[in-house]
Design a protein around this ligand. Structure first.
Ligand code: F0G
Length: 469
């Protein structure tokens, strides 16, 4: 009897239908060598033991004493079988929660029970990145990498640093823009022992440099141009479905930065439908910050589309040139998505095509108001994550999302990642508020919960509690 290995049934392929060059699963690539396009991980599903129904995956819970059954990524190994199970790296990622929040739903304009928040802040490093890192890290290990690198607005680097420190399998090298990442995230990378390279530039600069340098030094790159990263991020959607008893929601709303998540979500649903495991696709809304809205500008204003695999490259180049000529740099309080040159742009266009997509942008004011609402009526999140809620609110007010549809907003990162923005929003000190937020056009903190200053005196304290509670 011959055993099937991943290399027999899994390969990489350029996403451009006009090119379609394939590569073996054991190559570490971040672009097609023939045309420079992005790559997909593809499977020969006919030769793989795919579950007959998604519900079958629940049986794995009976074996949750095994790390790969307990992992919220590897529980779905049948749907991302690019490495043998015993090689799959886990640090306990994907123990996340989908919860209905009527309070946030009211703010967004939804009927009770219709707005759900997928809280990815519960991952070991506090963001959704761990889903992708478990997969990319696994691939890195199977190809024998000893160093792994990324450019980051903070969360990818925190995640990579954590996987390196917990497993001891690799050394992390991270590239960050100078002064560009929230303290919570930078402190993680430093604490977990990553070699932290602060570039005098922003994320877009760091992203360009890390690709050059890692190619030259043979360091494994774990940014979302790595197709294996996105395999792990598909499982966010599998867990959403699992929590909904395998019913497909009407909308998935996700913040857009480098556009890895949106690309992964499109692939997740496309494959599930291809396999006959779901009968319809949800719609996808991607939400940029207004100060970093390349996707919005290209998709909604200039009509850029996937166009059967031939998106208008001249339009993309022209926009890129315009940014250079006008010296436009991304700028938003949602530092995680402060990105002007999203590396997964074309893959995201494909996802938008598959899922009947919409793109919106949200101002820093709307993002912070939405964040305060999530904090008060949910589990809290970092600014970038709240773009999903702000975007859902816009789409409801425009009548694109109906109040009785079922909407899932992805809360991508933990509330504690960026305390500076949160503290400034709730601050009693107007000067501090203006310093941190005023320059970003944030004028009001309508949902601020301000601390009450009281003398160290029992009666005064009691008076204050009576007054304010
Ligand atoms: N939300 C958070 C909290 C993020 O950290 C990121 C991306 C996004 C949303 C956007 O996701 O890139 O898949 O569209 N952070 C990256 C980083 C860029 O380096 O941590 P995307």
């Amino acid at each position: 009897m011959t055993t099937i290995t991943p290399a027999d049934v899994c390969y990489q392929q350029c996403i451009s239908p006009a090119c379609g060059t394939t590569y073996s699963v054991d190559q570490a690539l971040v672009a097609c060598r023939d045309c420079g396009g992005l790559l997909d991980v593809r499977y020969d599903w006919d030769r793989l033991p795919v579950p007959g129904s998604l519900a079958e995956i629940e049986k794995k819970w009976a074996r949750r004493d095994l790390p790969h059954c307990a992992s919220g990524v590897w529980r779905f190994h049948d749907l991302l079988p690019f490495a043998p199970v015993d090689q799959c790296v886990t640090v306990g990622e994907g123990q996340t929660l989908l919860h209905a929040s009527d309070a946030v739903g009211r703010y967004v304009g939804m009927k009770p029970g219709r707005l759900l928040l997928e809280y990815e802040g519960m991952n070991p490093s506090g963001s959704f990145k761990d889903n992708g890192m478990a997969a990319a890290f696994t691939h890195a290990r199977t190809v024998g990498a000893t160093r792994a690198a990324c450019a980051s607005t903070g969360n990818t680097s925190a995640s990579l640093a954590l996987y390196c420190s917990v497993t001891g399998l690799m050394k992390a090298v991270i590239f960050v823009g100078s002064g560009k990442i929230a303290f919570g995230k930078l402190s993680q990378a430093l604490d977990y022992g990553a070699l932290t390279v602060q570039i005098a530039g922003d994320f877009d600069d760091a992203m360009a440099r890390v690709q050059e340098v890692s190619a030259q030094l043979g360091i494994y790159l774990v940014n979302s141009v790595n197709p294996f990263r996105l395999e792990g991020q598909k499982t966010i959607m599998f867990r959403v479905l699992e929590a909904l008893r395998w019913e497909v929601p009407d909308w998935i709303v996700v913040p857009g930065g480098n556009l890895g998540n949106s690309s992964a979500f499109g692939k997740a649903f496309f494959e599930l439908r291809e396999l006959g495991l779901i009968d319809r696709m949800p719609r996808l809304a991607v939400v940029n910050a207004s100060g970093a809205d390349t996707l919005y500008e290209l998709y909604e204003r200039r009509g850029l589309r996937w166009n059967r695999g031939k998106p208008d490259a001249a339009a993309i180049d022209a926009y890129s040139r315009e940014m250079d000529e006008t010296g436009r740099r991304a700028s938003t309080i949602a530092s995680a998505i402060e990105i002007n040159r999203p590396v997964n742009l074309t893959k995201c266009l494909r996802a938008l095509e598959w899922m009947g997509g919409a793109v919106r942008h949200a101002s820093d004011q709307d993002i912070l108001d939405a964040k305060a609402q999530v904090g008060a009526g949910g589990m809290g999140c970092e600014p970038a994550s709240a773009a999903s809620v702000a975007g859902a609110k816009q789409l409801v007010s425009e009548g694109v999302i109906s109040p009785d549809e079922r909407v899932v907003c992805i809360l991508t990162g933990h509330q504690l990642k960026d305390p500076k923005a949160t503290m400034a929003y709730h601050s009693t000190d107007q000067q501090h508020f203006n310093e941190v937020l005023g320059s970003r056009g944030v004028r009001r903190a309508e949902f601020a919960n301000r601390a009450v200053a009281v003398a160290n005196d029992r009666d005064e304290i009691i008076k204050a509690i009576r007054l304010y509670s």
